[in-house]
Write a protein that binds this ligand. Sequence first.
Ligand code: PEP
Length: 256
Amino acid sequence: MRRKLIAGNWKMNLGLNESGVLTRKILGKVNPGLLKKTDILICPPFVSLALVSGIIKDSGIKLGAQNLHYEKDGAYTGEISASMLKSAGCEYVIVGHSERRKYFHETNNLVNKKVLQALSNDLKVIVCVGETLQEREDDIFESIITEQTEVALKDIPSEKMIDIVIAYEPVWAIGTGLNAAPEQVSHIHALIGNTAEDIFDKNAADNLRILYGGSVNKDNAKEILSACGVDGALIGGASLKPDDFIFIAEQASDIN
Ligand code: PEP
């Protein structure tokens, strides 16, 4: 069985002090037994990474960033490189979140470049894929998700697939309070697993963790996390509430 991963995406919320406060609250609620069974990852804004890294040091909680630039370094004013994230203590980075695809026009090819840069700096990557409401209604969501997955994984050496996590996040479910039904989630997770198997092999697909994201909260987490093929969750809004976030991680741990 794959280890569950509960990841919190804080998005553009919380300044330095508030990030420290939230991190300490999360830390205070995590018991060591929980981390034996489930990975817990928090992804604060860039400016809080180093501070949060210091607070969670040796706790077992993992640190991730929400984005990176696809080049190694250079004249890219305002951007953040993979090695900078590493130096701030990150183990993970989220790539291709739908908010970046929508507001910053990130394409599948750009996502792939970011994935490759992250991997070459030994960062683990959470690649986000998911269809818009229009794409679901037009019944093209399977081909959209297959293409997003195929392009994101292009040119990845198979031995690096162990550092990839995919998050299925239907765009219409993010921050809306709407959820995909468990059977819809399982269907897409199987599609993503089959796509990975077609590109690589069964072993890579068997080891690939696939998260669900989209309005996961303390009330619906158990049902979603119990669905076939769900290896955890990427959580936005509820990750800012320490009680709820840890409660969701405990639900994941109970299912293991
Ligand atoms: C997300 O940002 O990845 C997300 C799933 O947000 P929310 O949980 O708020 O829908």
